[in-house]
Write a protein that binds this ligand. Sequence first.
Ligand code: SF4
Length: 430
Amino acid sequence: MYNLSSPAVYVHEDVMADSRYLARMQRVVEALQTPVIPQTFSNQDLPDMIRGGLYANRVAMGTLEEVRDPALLFRTYQFDDQEEKWLAWGQEQDPQVEPELLGYGAFRWWDSNLPQDPERRNRVCRPCWRIHLQEGCVHRCAYCGRGGLLISMLNVEEYCEALGQLIARHPWQETYLLDDDADPPCLEPEQGTLSYLIEYFGTLQGRYLIIHTKTWNTEWLRGLKHNGNTILVWSLSAQTQSTLLEPNAGTTEQRIEAARIAQEAGYTIRYKFKPIIPVRGWEEEAARAVELLFQRTRPDVISLCCLMWMDVEDMLRVLPRELLDESCVQAALEQRETMQGLITGPLPPEMRAKVYLHYLREIRRHAPDLPVSLSTESFEMWRQLGPELGATATSYVCGCGPNSTPGRRKLGCHPFRAAVRNDAGLSGTC
Ligand code: SF4
């Protein structure tokens, strides 16, 4: 696992009560660089823990003077009928008590582009179930607020039983993205939950686990009985971004090497250039990263997505301006009014299209027929670039869509019509 010096380790009493969960926690704690004595807690202790600073560093890490490794919090998911009661209790105590702290939120419905999605006209994605075992991260990306605290769930046996019921109820969903708010491999192999989940998916027919990561840590994947049912997707970035803005993730080369190892071990591998931050010299750096990935690996799809989800002021607050391409900054400043409130901001569409076309040209030099898609982009961008990409907003395959199975080149069904939620009576869903 990663070399971590966590300032504190919190262990829920449910973990202490089960020797399997306890052993997982202990292996991680023993591997920490700086010894820490774990503190046991119960749900009733959470309000005090929050007042004591549990969430103090949950802010964009580029705004902090100093970024430290996160505190670790181990607990179990609850698969019972008490969720409503506990969530109401949590909100009464402190609005910051989130479902994960109380052991809920294992399986979350992502309603992208469905009528109830308020952003359905502003970005294209795929509705589906997403699954979770961790929340929080060790990678210290400047634009991300997932540092400070890493919550990790240890009752993976019970989790897989509940997941099996969810999968059986949703025959249209072929892949399951794990932890879109964490980076799952960081505590492996010591923790052992991810290897259990990979081997669980290995027992299924036509159902795939997707692990989305920036990790260098894949040697431990060798030898697992994955049966071709786990896909690893690297968020890949070029040299400056990977070393200066994502300092504890793997470098460009380390991520590609980690992907090569996974590929050698029989896993399907993919890349997303996401988020693409246009640093000075981004064109040359992009070309080098693309060349290197094709020298060493054979992905089945690549997706592209510029830095999003913030306005230009936030971008300049979390990223050092001296690293950025000044023409991109100027374009974002000039169009700040037009981009206000759009989740595809801060870069205006002309600038994003220029970035995508550059990446696409570089990719096509090495892989003329590889599916290349846009990730969480607008319908307008799809209309503009679809002919170049060879797909549309409703037919593309991508890194983690629910029907982007290994090797698929286009979707067979309309993604917004195929997705039907059917979890009434199941536990662990929200
Ligand atoms: S790898 Fe992802 S979750 Fe982790 S710090 Fe970076 S952006 Fe955040």
